[in-house]
Design a binder for this molecule. Structure first.
Ligand code: V47
Ligand code: SF4
Length: 362
C-alpha cells in the first residue's frame, strides 16, 4: 500500500481517482499546494496507466520556426524581434523547404511549425509554405501555427477564423500546435502578453478548429507571475472545452524560461514544480488522452522521471528549436530516436513511435 505524507491526497483524492470522479477547482488548488510529490505521482500514475497502460509515445518530428519577427513582443518571449533588429530573421519558402529536407531521413512523420506574427508576410506566404511542403512531403503531417497565428492570418487575409482554417487546410494544414494559451486569466495576460489575443479568443479558435475536424494540442505556460488559482482555472477551462469538442490530443505544460525576457527577475522552474504541474495536469484533465513532457524545456532527465508522474508522451526528435533556446534552455535541440527509446525503456515503459494522431508507426 502506498504511504501518503499528505492526508488530503489519501482521504479525499485517492477515492475520487479510484472512482473516476471529476476533481473540483478546490481539489486542484489543494493538489498544487501539496508537498507530497510522490503521492501526486502515485495518483497521476493511476490515471496514466488506466488511459495508456505502459505505452509511452514519441514522434520523429522536425520543428521549424520560420520567423522570429513578431508584432506582439510578449514580455516572456526572448525569441521575438522587431523588423530590422539584430538577429531578426524570416525564412523564405525555399529556406523552409531546405530545412525540412535537411531532416528528411524518410521517416520523419511531422513538421511542427510555429513562428512570430510577421507584420508584412501575406496570407499567400502561409498557403505557399503549406502547399510546397505538402507537395514535396505528402506523407508528413503538418502541425502548424498556434491559435495566435491563426487569428493573425485570418486578420491579414480579411477572413473569418473558420474561413482561414478551411483555406489553410486545403493548402496542407493538418493540425494545430497548442501554443499561445499561456495563462487564460486576462489579468495575467495583461502583465505578460498584453498584445496577444485573449484567452477567450484562444479557446474560441480551438473550438472552431475542432468543429472543422482539425485536432490540436493545448499548453499552459507556468512558472512566471501566475497564481495557483490561475493554473487551476486554466486547466478547468481546457477541460470544459474538451468536454464540448473532444478535439484536443495532448496537453503540454511549458516551463517558463526567463533569460533575455522582460521577466528575467523570475527564476527558472525547478524539477519539483515541473513534475508537480505534470502530475496535477494528469489528475485534473481527466478527458485529455495524453499528457506530454516537452524534454526541450524540462530536460531529458526530468522528462524521463515524469513517466512516473502522469506523462505518457515524451515528444520527439525536434532537431531545431529556437523559442526556448533564446530564453536560456540548456538542452540539446535534437535527440536521437534511439535515445528516446532507451529513456523510456529504462523507466520500465513500452516505447511507441507515433504519428501526430497517436497511431503507432511501425
Ligand atoms: O506560445 C515562449 C512558449 C509557445 C517562452 O503543441 C515560452 O506539441 C517557455 O506552441 N519560456 C510556442 N516557453 C511553442 C508551442 C509548442 C511547444 C511545444 C510543444 C507544442 C505542441 C507546442 O512557446 C508560446 C509560449 O507559450 N514560450 N517564450 C519562454 N521564454
Ligand atoms: Fe510573438 Fe509568440 Fe513570442 Fe508572443 S510568444 S512575442 S506571439 S513569437
Amino acid at each position: 500500500m502506498f504511504s501518503f505524507s499528505d492526508p488530503f491526497l489519501k482521504n479525499v483524492i485517492e477515492n475520487k481517482v479510484i472512482n473516476q470522479e471529476r476533481l473540483s477547482f478546490d481539489d486542484g488548488v489543494s493538489l498544487f499546494n501539496s508537498h507530497d510529490l510522490l503521492g501526486l505521482g502515485y495518483l497521476a500514475n493511476i490515471v496514466r496507466e488506466r488511459k495508456n497502460g505502459q505505452l509511452t509515445y514519441f514522434i520523429n518530428n522536425r520543428h521549424i520556426n520560420h520567423t522570429n519577427i513578431c508584432k506582439n513582443l510578449c514580455r516572456f518571449c526572448a525569441f521575438s524581434k522587431s523588423k530590422g533588429e539584430e538577429n531578426a530573421y524570416a525564412m523564405s519558402i525555399e529556406e523552409i523547404l531546405q530545412a525540412a529536407e535537411s531532416y528528411n531521413d524518410g521517416r520523419v512523420s511531422e513538421f511542427h511549425i510555429v513562428g512570430g506574427l510577421h507584420p508584412d508576410f501575406p496570407f499567400s506566404y502561409y498557403l505557399g509554405m503549406l502547399g510546397e511542403l505538402k507537395g514535396k512531403f505528402p506523407k508528413v503531417h503538418i502541425q502548424a501555427f498556434t491559435a495566435v497565428e491563426i487569428a493573425h492570418l485570418a486578420d491579414i487575409a480579411g477572413l473569418t477564423v473558420r474561413q482561414a482554417l478551411i483555406e489553410l487546410r486545403e493548402a496542407g494544414l493538418d493540425s494545430l500546435p497548442g501554443g499561445g494559451a499561456e495563462i487564460i486569466n486576462p489579468d495575467v495576460r495583461e502583465k505578460i502578453c498584453p498584445e496577444k489575443i485573449s484567452g477567450k479568443k484562444w479557446l474560441e479558435i480551438m473550438k472552431t478548429a475542432h468543429g472543422l475536424g482539425i485536432k490540436s494540442n493545448a499548453t499552459m505556460l507556468y512558472g512566471h507571475v501566475e497564481s495557483t488559482e490561475d493554473r487551476v482555472n486554466h486547466l478547468i477551462q481546457l477541460r470544459d472545452l474538451q468536454d464540448n469538442t473532444g478535439g484536443f490530443l495532448a496537453f503540454i505544460p511549458l516551463a517558463f524560461h526567463p533569460k533575455n525576457t522582460g521577466l528575467d527577475n523570475v527564476d527558472f522552474t525547478t524539477g519539483q514544480l515541473d513534475l508537480k504541474v505534470l502530475a496535477v495536469s494528469r489528475l485534473m484533465l481527466d478527458n485529455f488522452p495524453h499528457i506530454k513532457a516537452f524534454w526541450i524545456m524540462i530536460g531529458p532527465k526530468i522528462a524521463q522521471l515524469s513517466l512516473s508522474f502522469g506523462v505518457d508522451d515524451i515528444d520527439g526528435t525536434v532537431v531545431e528549436e529556437k523559442i526556448t533556446h533564446a530564453a536560456g534552455a540548456n538542452t540539446e535541440e535534437y535527440i536521437e530516436k534511439n535515445r528516446l527509446i532507451s529513456l523510456i525503456q529504462e523507466a520500465g515503459r513500452e516505447p511507441v513511435e507515433r504519428d501526430t494522431l497517436y497511431n503507432a508507426v511501425s
